[in-house]
Every structure is written in C-alpha cells, then in structure tokens.
Design a protein around this ligand. Structure first.
Ligand code: MN
Length: 330
C-alpha cells in the first residue's frame, strides 16, 4: 500500500513491534508546542498500546494543548514525574531532533531503547531505530502504514486520531505532501467509521468566541505601508486581556493579511511582554523573509519566518518598516 517501502524500512518496522513486545515500560512523546499531527499520532499509538498490551504505558506533551485538541487528550495522564523515570522503550513521534523534545529531552539517557517515527526532512536520526520518510504527508499517515504492515487492528478511536493528524498536517489535503496514498489512507479510515464532518467541526469550527473577538480587533487595526505592499497587525496584551483570550490561540492573522492582493509581505507582532515582541513574517513572489529573520537570529523558510525583537510593539513595528524598505520601496 505504501509506495516505496524498502527493506530497511520493513526491518525497522519489524524491530519496532519486537521492541514493543519485549518492553514493559513504554513512553510515547512528540515535539514541543504539540500540533495536530503530533497529538494525533501520539494518541493513536498510545491507544493502540493501551488496548493491545497489559504494560505500563505513558505519554507526554510539552506545551499547551490547543483548544481544538482538548477533547483528544486526558491532560491528567500527561507524564509529569519524569525526572527519574526509566523506560524500556521511548517512542518519539513527529520530532526531528532532540532539542524539539523540550523538557522530555532528559528521557533520552534514561531510556533503554529509543525509536523515532517521523516525516521531517531535517530529521537527525538521533534514535536507535529511525523510521523516517520525508515523502509522507504526516507522522499519522506513516504510523498507519506501520500498523498495516504489522497486521494490527485499527480501532475507530485510533482512526480518528490518525485522520486528525493527516488533515491538520496536509491543510485538509491541500499541501503538496498530499499523495494519492494519503487519500487512500483517508478512505480506509472513513471505512473504519471516522465521521469526517464531526472531526472537521471539532478541529476547525470550534474557536472560542473570546479568541475570535480578539482576532477581529487585531485585523481591524492592520497598518499598511509602501502602497499596501506591507501589512502589519499587532496582538497586544491589552487586546488579549480585554477579550479574555489566550495569545497562542489567536491564529491565522498573518495568513489573512497575505491573502490581500496588494500585500507582498505580511507581518504579525505579538506582545510577549512590554519589551519583547514575537514577529511572524510571510511573503509572496521572490521576497525571501528568512534573510530578515537571520538578521534577528531567527529561523524559517523563504516564505515563512519568525524571530523576536527586544522592544515594544511600537518600536518593533518601526524597526521592521525600516528593515523591509529595501524589498518594498521600489
Ligand atoms: Mn508532522
């Protein structure tokens, strides 16, 4: 079913199931600031291990569970007492390197065996066994292929988790990582019983009204520069507090600004404190915003980058308008 599963991949997957069989204490974790693929694949594997085996199975997430995934995770069960915990097997999902494990990095020296299942191109193969395929849409899809290869039963709950992982990491089957196999996997998951509309409502139609009110305030105060080629929105602490929102839940503003025809660079400034501003940049056409990001010791890609400025929202806006002049004032 999976297009090019080579012998090494097959051997690694066999090893994966062998290690599970031979381990008593198993922990499943993902990357910091968990997203849909991370949460979906961790919970799918946890669910599988919990129902198939009578073992000590734990899972962990480092960072806030976003509002739309709250119902996927019983937060009381998240591994917290891990400092001296020793596991026979640590399974790391959707995480390309040890740094991205956040606080759970300390589990690495405390685990007898580490297996990483991932689809990031930048994966450093830090685990003992690395099941990595950057051509696959999501870790959720990869996990599905692994379970199929191992002739494992996929329950409805597991199917829902995997489906969620796939739709969130493919932008609802719209990114170029979406293959015909991705769609075939989705169709199998629907055959298992996944209610597509239910999941869609859960993930995409569940914004808290407080978040939306804060969002509206931010987008009604976009400042435009250089003949509307630059659009900047500011998420101030005042707006967040006034609307009783959570700053991390206010998403999609930078994409909203980029959708404007005239805009070449879209920018969102988040006030983390009065002297620290988090910057998100998106660009169109030939502008490489990672160049600007590098100047501020940030990271990212040509069309999407992020960094921090030690300054207030107002100061940061002024700095950026000046910095971006070379790209826009032509
Ligand atoms: Mn992913």
């Amino acid at each position: 079913m999976m297009n090019q599963m080579n012998q090494k991949m097959k051997n690694n997957i066999k090893e994966f199931f062998n290690e599970i069989n031979n381990s008593d204490k198993i922990c499943v974790i993902g990357h910091i600031a968990p997203d849909g693929d991370c949460i979906g694949s961790v919970m799918a594997l946890y669910e599988f291990l919990k129902t198939e085996f009578d073992k000590d199975i734990r899972f962990g997430f480092d960072g806030k569970i976003p509002y739309n995934f709250k119902s996927y995770v019983d937060e009381k069960l998240i591994l917290t007492d891990f400092e001296d915990k020793k596991f026979d097997l640590l399974v790391v999902l959707d995480c390309g390197d040890e740094e991205r494990l956040g606080k759970y990095k300390s589990l690495i020296p405390n685990s007898k065996k580490i297996i990483c299942v991932d689809h990031h191109k930048t994966n450093t193969e830090f685990a003992d066994i690395n099941i990595v395929d950057p051509t696959i849409s999501s870790t959720g899809e990869l996990l599905f292929h692994m379970l199929k290869f191992g002739n494992k039963q996929i329950s409805l709950k597991m199917a829902e988790y995997i489906y969620t992982a796939i739709i969130t990491d493919t932008g609802n089957f719209s990114y170029s990582s979406t293959s015909s196999t991705t769609h075939r996997v989705a169709s199998e998951l629907i055959d298992i019983g996944v209610d597509v509309a239910k999941i869609d409502n859960q993930i995409y139609n569940s914004k808290p009204v407080s978040t939306v009110k804060a969002y509206i305030e931010c987008i009604s105060n976009i400042n435009f520069y250089y003949n509307n080629k630059l659009g900047i929105a500011k998420i101030s602490d005042e707006i967040v507090k006034r609307n009783n929102a959570n700053i991390n839940d206010i998403e999609g503003i930078v994409e909203f600004i980029r959708e404007i025809n005239e805009v070449e660079i879209s920018c969102v400034l988040k006030e983390y404190n009065p002297a620290l501003t988090k910057v998100s940049l998106r660009s169109k056409n030939d502008i490489d915003v990672s160049e600007i990001s590098k100047k501020f010791e940030g990271g990212g890609h040509a069309k999407a980058a992020g960094f921090q400025i030690n300054g207030s929202l107002k100061e940061s806006e002024a700095i950026l308008v000046k910095e971006l002049e070379v790209y826009l004032n032509k």
